[in-house]
Structure formats: C-alpha cells, structure tokens
Design a protein around this ligand. Structure first.
Ligand SMILES: NC(=O)c1ccc[n+]([C@@H]2O[C@H](COP(=O)([O-])OP(=O)(O)OC[C@H]3O[C@@H](n4cnc5c(N)ncnc54)[C@H](OP(=O)(O)O)[C@@H]3O)[C@@H](O)[C@H]2O)c1
Length: 249
C-alpha cells in the first residue's frame, strides 16, 4: 500500500502511554504502526478505532523485542505496510524490581532486551528508511536515568543505556535523522500492585503534586517530532520530581 501520510511506528502501543502516543500522532495525520507483544486484543481494538476514523490508517504488528530474529522480521514487516517509516518511537518496556541477590539472566534478558537491545536493533534495521524519510527516533527513557531507583538495577541500567544510545545515534545518524528521548516521571502506576501508602509517598515527592498523564508525554513527543533543530536531547516530563530530595523513593 502507498500513502501520502507520514508513518509513525510506536512499539508497545496496544495500551497505556504507547496507545495515547499512537492516538495523538494519528490525530495529527500520521498513519500508525501499532506494535504489541502479548496484548493482541487491545492492539486490534485500537487499530479498529483508528481505522474507523480514517480507513487504512492503522496497522498492528507483533514481536518479542528480546528476540533478534523477531526484531528483524518486525522491521521488514513495518516497511512492507506503507513502504516507509518517518517516526520510530521506542516505547515498549518491561519494568519490575530486581533486588541485588535475586538478579538472574532471565531478568537481564527481559529488561535489557525490551528496554535497550530491542530499541538498538530496531533503530539499526530502520535507519536506512529513516534516513531516506529524514525522520526521527524518540526513545522513552525514565527520569531515574541519572539517579538510582532502589531495587531496579537491571531496568535502570537498560534505560541509562537507552539514554546513551539516544546521544550516540543522534551523532551517527545526523544530519538526516534526529534522535531524542523523553524521561517520564510518575505517569501511570505500574501494572503490578502498589500499596496506597507507597503511592502517597511517591505523590508527596512530586513538586507539581500529582501524577502526570499520557497526554503530557504526547505533548513532549509532538514537540520533539516538530523541533527541527533539536537532537540528542532528553525532555523530562516528571512534574519536577527529579529535583526532589526524595526522588528515589
Ligand atoms: N508509566 C510510567 O509512569 C513511566 C515512568 C517512567 C518511564 N516510563 C516509560 O514510558 C514508556 C511507556 O510506559 P508504560 O507504563 O505505558 O509502559 P508499559 O505499560 O510498562 O509497557 C508498554 C508495553 O511494552 C510492551 N513490552 C514489554 N516487553 C516487551 C517485549 N519483550 N516485546 C514486545 N513488547 C514488550 C508490552 O506490550 P504487550 O502488552 O503487548 O506485551 C507493554 O504493554 C516505557 O518505556 C516506560 O519505561 C513510564
């Protein structure tokens, strides 16, 4: 299929923040490639919703981003849909605690795979297409990239690696492709259970006094997509939490 619309490819876009990013880009006129891992029904429902608004404007693609073979196939399939990619949003992520003493290779595989290896090899596979379209890459990192998050060593080393990758790619793919990152603070509670007390402690550490919303992340994304002289940068969307003395709670 050919399209005159620009094409945005968002990983982990079936639900939560990724789904909002897909919807907002779609609203701006992008055709969207909605990648998912396990959330097939949510991905299908989102694509249906967007295709009802504009026919043939959303397409779903499945892959486990920890698997090199699947990443390669995913990149090929993405390019087969509309023949191009203008924006790659590396949003997919696994997130769970790994206290030192309990870390095993499975944690490394899952957390580094989804948060760093997937983005690196997907960016590499799509680089020729992004160069051709003079496109951009946006990596979802975390406000904790420059301060520890207790019990999350493996997740955080992967996100810190992704922040480093952002800068390396910004230099290496310039001047054709801009590469930036967004560092969210507390936007949505993790899917695993959290006590009300822990939630309140966290909210108390946010200068702006509340969680952010996926729309706050989308706002930063839309800025970065259109900011033609910005590359290698990270925008913190964290309500000021990185400045708080209790930011590692
Ligand atoms: N939520 C927050 O407050 C917050 C705070 C800081 C940073 N961030 C970052 O912002 C981004 C979006 O956050 P979120 O909370 O919306 O993310 P999320 O729900 O934790 O994860 C997004 C999606 O990633 C996909 N995924 C995970 N491992 C995968 C794998 N191996 N292969 C393929 N897909 C995989 C899952 O897709 P399926 O469900 O289809 O399997 C999941 O739905 C993430 O990069 C996150 O680290 C979020």
């Amino acid at each position: 299929m050919e399209t005159t619309a620009p094409v945005a490819f968002i990983t982990g876009a079936a639900k939560r923040i990724g789904a909002t990013l897909a919807k907002q880009l779609h609203q701006q006129g992008y055709n969207v490639l909605i990648h998912y891992g396990a959330s097939k029904h949510e991905a299908q429902a989102l694509a249906l919703e967007l295709n009802m608004q504009r026919a043939h404007s959303a397409h779903i693609l499945q892959a486990n981003l920890c698997d090199m073979g699947e990443i390669d196939v995913l990149a090929k399939e993405a390019l087969e849909v509309w023949g191009k990619v203008d924006i790659l949003v590396n949003n997919a992520s696994s997130f769970y605690p790994t206290p030192v003493g309990s870390i095993d290779e499975k944690d490394w595989h899952s957390l580094v795979g989804s948060n760093l290896k997937g983005p690196l090899f997907l960016s590499q596979a799509l680089a020729p297409a992004l160069i051709k379209s003079k496109g951009c890459i946006i990596n979802m990192v975390d406000m904790h990239i420059d301060r520890p998050l207790p019990n999350h060593t493996v997740y955080l080393l992967a996100k810190t690696g992704l922040a480093s990758l952002t800068q390396s790619l910004a230099v290496e793919l310039a001047p054709h492709v801009r590469v930036n990152a967004i560092a969210p603070g507390a936007i949505l509670w993790p899917e695993r259970a959290m006590s009300e007390k822990d939630k309140q402690t966290l909210i108390d550490s946010i200068p702006l006094g509340a969680l952010g919303s996926p729309d706050d992340i989308a706002q930063a994304l839309l800025f970065l997509v259109s900011a033609s002289y910005v590359t290698g940068n990270t925008i913190y969307v964290d309500g000021g939490r990185r400045l708080h003395s209790n930011a590692s709670a």
